[in-house]
Design a binder for this molecule. Sequence first.
Ligand SMILES: Cc1cc2nc3c(=O)[nH]c(=O)nc-3n(C[C@H](O)[C@H](O)[C@H](O)COP(=O)(O)O)c2cc1C
Length: 214
Amino acid sequence: MLLAVHSSPKRDGNLERMVVRTAEATGREYRLIRLADFRIAPCVGCVRCAHSKRCVQKDEMAPLYDELESADGLIMGGVNFNGRVNAVAHLFLERLYPLYHRDPAFRDKPAAVVAVGGETPGPAASDIVEYLRDIYYFHVVGTALFTSDNPPCLSCGYGATCPVGIPALYWSPEACEALKRNRNRTSVFRRFEDDPDIVAACERLGTTLLAAIG
Ligand SMILES: Cc1cc2nc3c(=O)[nH]c(=O)nc-3n(C[C@H](O)[C@H](O)[C@H](O)COP(=O)(O)O)c2cc1C
């Protein structure tokens, strides 16, 4: 059994569909976990998990420990919020700590990472990769990334007229003017399925994960 976990608050958004595509490409049974639906508190730092390998907090993270421990592999997806992986992902990653002590449960467990960003998915991916690989000893087999071309400043209603929005800060004056004229830019709300390279990247990631599981 694989766990396919993601941190987007959007149901069936690009991230969720990419995670599912990656999981399907493995051909293995998987369970999809939308972390945004779970109430996960931050670590309280008591370190009592060093003895029990379980967290003292009985929130919605608690039932996931058994599943994480026995899973053959993990697919984890995250979105870029403000230049880093969003907080929902961070809470989950922080709370994996009980499975770390003495004989880390995740040592060499294969993991695949998927990330979406309006402008840059890379920071969300590297935050997850570094956490999984460098803290918990997962064997991270690769990543699949997608730029949705959908910074929040294109859907908030102010677009290029907001002085601290992404268009005003980073786009050329010509691109800002074009956005003001055409608020329904055709490239907004791109779907990863429309880019064969991204679809192939997800499918390759799934087969690489399967090979690592053996
Ligand atoms: C609060 C917030 C902050 C964001 N900050 C960034 C950012 O710094 N860089 C970026 O590339 N995208 C940023 N985005 C855009 C999201 O990464 C983007 O909407 C992504 O496509 C969401 O994927 P989903 O549709 O699968 O949920 C931000 C979105 C929100 C809501």
